[in-house]
Design a protein. Structure first.
Length: 194
């Protein structure tokens, strides 16, 4: 009597090890890092005694103006990154160098956002005295956590095709709300000044 090797698997081929599904740790570690970054920033901002100001640049009338313009530059590069991501995923037509544009616009957006975040955390802290400020503080911390997760996920192999666009969308959405609750508010309240 011969045994059919496909009988136990009902004719399905045995799984190829190179096509295994990613383990949950590939998602769990970036999620835990994101949460840790966001919580550490929030706790630091809450327990730190705000210093009032950390920097000002020549040519600007106030620290608020510096922060607002840097945040506007950051969101501008984030919009470029969003559009270039649509090009990379074939949702918009674009040049072959869209991926280079995507990487560099994201790097610049992040680097320009760092002095703004440092000022917010060091000079102002995590504040909750009104809804606009609460959302700004909450989503500012979330942005840096989500950005950390995105950077870790970029190095992971065999991610589902939807993972990076969703995480990137969360990063972009958080930065947009942070800009709306800070720079746009500043420009509408004090005018578009330098």
């Amino acid at each position: 009597m011969t045994v059919d090797p496909n009988a136990a698997t009902q004719g399905f081929p045995s799984p190829d090890p190179s096509h295994r599904r990613p383990r949950a740790t590939r998602y769990l570690v970036p999620a835990l890092v994101a949460g840790a970054v966001a919580v550490v920033l929030g706790v630091y901002g809450k327990v730190h005694d705000p210093q009032g100001t950390t920097f000002n640049l020549v040519g600007f009338s106030s620290t608020g103006a510096v922060k607002s313009w840097l945040a506007t530059v950051s969101i501008g590069f984030a919009v470029v990154q969003f559009v270039s991501a649509l090009m990379m995923y074939g949702k918009l037509p674009g040049p072959g160098w869209a991926s280079v544009l995507h990487r560099w616009s994201g790097r610049i957006a992040f680097l320009v956002a760092i002095p703004v975040a440092v000022h917010c955390l060091y000079a102002l802290g995590y504040q909750t005295y009104e809804p606009r400020v609460l959302w700004h503080s909450l989503l500012g911390c979330f942005f840096f956590g989500a950005f950390s997760a995105k950077m870790l996920l970029l190095r992971s192999e065999r991610l589902p095709g939807w993972m990076l666009p969703v995480v990137g969308g969360l990063v972009f959405a958080a930065l947009t709300v942070v800009w709306l609750t800070s720079a746009l508010w500043f420009f509408r309240t004090f005018g578009v000044t330098t």
